[in-house]
Design a protein around this ligand. Structure first.
Ligand code: GCW
Length: 662
């Protein structure tokens, strides 16, 4: 039986799967061959498209010469090994477009490939091409709480309304929207979701045991679109749930407890993906309490998951969050490397070390984490942040495709890029919630889509991905305008916020808006050290914290000296005077002034472009974006004026161009 396509609740935006995106498929004759649950999903999709556009769909007939425009064939591949569970082959000959796959997910991804191509999938001849994901795990972590947290709310760092999964302290009863979410994820290649916050509070801890049924219901809703479910768990679960006196990873009763709990999880969810763990990080429990290492901790859970083929994702976000700001010897940027490099090779095969892409915390500009290049004996996953905690909180337009692409293409050593080193997968903190536009800012949908496509192919051109997203979401017409407002939006955001890699000049707690000294005297280890003479953190080996030495050559050498350090990271690596001349030829202080004025001008221009798109874009969507541009512009001016005034006052150096600074 074909699986009916999920019905979007009234008023919910179809994002990149509007009915019109299915026009080319829906007007044609399609043959579907094969069996299995995902074939029913594919059938449901094609049948729904045909209902709208007058085509027809047949199951399990012989392909026959020219009888069908599209053949979707599961099991018909002559190279099943190469295609695997998720790959597909695509070809067009003699008037028939063919997708062959050897796994259900491959067939579904092949269908969405045809949808993306639209009419182009049905014109001319196309030599057979194989597509398969470069990374086996393409995952979203939801920082969703089940019970509303008194400080963090329903979704920690969530800017898109409530949770898609949880409401009123439990899993939503109606999971139709979750099905629709799974469908959107499949259409950009995402195949795994962790459904709760890595900060596992009391209520959420119980999802692992007596409340696993709620997780199972969510897993049932996501499974037909090939999305597996994972769970964040508390390292202290044996104590807080099991009543044991200890959670020591080497204790036999603790090991037994995890084995039993995990067995029960797999009874409820046979294709459960595994656990995500934040341990000894920002106050979460972990193995340090027992004098054990992070490898001991991760391997404990890996052993429990191993019989079922599950994976533990162990986060490397471990640092001292109770630092004394007076202490210049501790450098938060060093922490992940210092903690984990000595453990390389000690992790079980089904333990994945999940590393944030930068050494600090998802700032608008950071170097690539040196840890990623220093763990050859460990399966690594790289974590990105789609939710825009530090990049405008989905009130500002900030398309992160270029930043992520830079990270994924970065090579610590010539032989492999970050995309290739991420053997354990690519993960993003989700930016989606129950907001009618899914992501609060409608243009933030582009980040979710881009993430999925980059996880499929980390070396893909982000501009091409954005093109796909625009065509699917908006159809023909507003492409140029959308590129104009999105392409450079990350650099624009960088210009009017924190300059030259300095980071963290945000308001404490919620992290929205400027506060130059907001974290300067805090315990969090995020300082800029601005004084009357200069600014920046000396992370050189010669005179600073030594962080630059965590890189392989040539990076260690490039970053070591302010002369060779790339401008955009100068203040991340060095403390320099305001008069220091950048490679661009400008002084640091003039760069600060210029970029802050430019950033605001760029937002003003983008807002005008957006206004000009009225009439080409759905009016409700247009209005939501227009409203957010007002706030972005207000925010950008606030950033400009606070940053420029602060540095004028500190340095006493006037703007060469005599513009108004307060
Ligand atoms: O980015 C920071 C956030 C925290 C978050 C933490 C983490 C889930 O401010 O809200 O906690 O990182 O990644 O664990």
């Amino acid at each position: 039986m074909p699986l009916p396509v999920p019905v979007l609740p009234e008023g919910v935006d179809p994002a990149w799967l509007p009915p019109a995106a299915f026009r080319a498929v829906g007007g044609r004759r399609t043959l579907i061959r094969g069996s299995g649950p995902l074939v029913e999903t594919v059938h449901g999709e094609v049948a729904d498209a045909c209902r709208r556009f007058g085509g027809r769909v047949v199951r399990d007939a012989e392909p026959g010469d020219g009888a069908y425009d599209l053949v979707l064939d599961l099991g018909g591949a002559d190279d099943p090994e190469l295609l695997g569970e998720e790959g597909f082959a695509f070809a067009r000959a003699g008037g028939t477009t063919t997708v062959t796959a050897s796994g259900g997910r491959g067939l579904l991804y092949g269908l969405f490939h045809v949808v993306r191509l639209g009419e182009a999938a049905f014109t001319g001849e196309r030599a057979r091409e194989r597509q398969h994901p470069a990374l086996a795990l393409r995952m979203l972590d939801h920082w969703d709480n089940v019970a509303v947290h008194p400080v963090m709310g329903q979704v920690e760092r969530g800017y898109a309304g409530g949770s898609l999964f949880w409401e009123d302290g439990r899993a939503r009863g109606d999971l139709e929207r979750v099905r629709a979410y799974g469908r959107l994820l499949a259409a950009c290649g995402i195949n795994a979701v962790a459904v709760n916050n890595v900060n596992v509070h009391e209520t959420e801890a119980r999802l692992l045991t007596d409340r696993i049924g709620e997780v199972a219901a969510i897993a049932d809703a996501l499974r037909p679109y090939g999305v597996r479910t994972h769970l964040s768990v508390s390292f202290a679960a044996p104590v807080v749930l099991g009543g044991l006196p200890t959670a020591d990873p080497l204790d036999e009763t603790v090991r037994g407890w995890w084995a039993e709990a995990t067995g029960a999880v797999y009874e409820a969810i046979p294709d459960f993906g595994g656990y995500v763990v934040k341990a000894d990080s920002e106050g979460r429990p972990g193995p340090f309490a027992y004098g054990r290492s992070h490898a001991d901790g991760a391997n404990l859970l890996a052993a429990a998951l191993e019989p079922y083929g599950g994976t533990v994702h162990w986060r490397a976000f471990v640092y001292d969050h109770c630092q004394d700001w007076r202490d210049r010897g501790t450098d938060r940027a060093r922490a992940a490397y210092d903690h984990f490099v000595p453990l390389d090779g000690a992790f079980a095969a089904n333990a994945v070390l999940q590393v944030k892409h930068g050494p600090i915390d998802f700032q608008v500009r950071e170097p690539v984490s040196p840890l990623i290049g220093a763990m050859p004996g460990t399966r690594l996953a790289v974590e990105l942040q789609a939710t825009q905690e530090y990049t405008g909180q989905q009130r500002h337009v900030c398309w992160l495709g270029p930043m992520w692409s830079e990270v994924l293409r970065f090579r610590h050593r010539p032989e492999s890029s970050v995309g290739e080193l991420a053997r354990g997968g690519l993960i993003a903190v989700s930016n989606a919630g129950d907001d009618p536009f899914w992501t609060g800012h409608p243009l933030a949908q582009a980040n979710l889509y881009t993430f999925g496509r980059l996880a499929w192919r980390p070396d893909a051109d982000p501009g091409g991905i954005l093109d796909e997203w625009i065509r699917l979401t908006f159809g023909p017409g507003p492409e140029a305008g959308l590129h104009a407002v999105l392409d450079g939006s990350w650099r624009t955001y960088e210009k009017y916020t924190a300059p030259l890699g300095v980071g963290f000049m945000v308001q404490p707690g919620h992290h929205y808006g400027p506060s130059v000294d907001g974290y300067e005297y805090s315990p969090w280890g995020t300082y800029h050290f601005a004084d009357r003479d200069g600014i920046g953190v000396d992370r050189s080996v010669a005179t600073g914290t030594g962080y630059a030495g965590q890189y392989a050559k040539p990076w260690a050498e490039l970053y070591e000296s302010p002369d060779t350090c790339p401008d955009e990271l100068l203040l991340f690596f060095h403390h320099v005077s305001y008069g220091h001349t950048l490679n661009s030829g400008k002084t640091v202080i003039q760069h600060i002034y210029d970029t802050h004025f430019e950033g605001v001008e760029e937002v003003e221009e983008a807002r005008e472009v957006w206004d000009s798109l009225a009439g080409l874009v759905d009016p409700v969507r247009h209005a939501r974006v227009a409203e957010r541009y007002e706030e972005q512009l207000r925010g950008a001016r606030e950033w400009r004026d606070q940053i420029n005034s602060y540095f004028l006052r500190k340095s006493g150096v006037p703007d060469e161009r005599g513009r108004r600074i307060y």
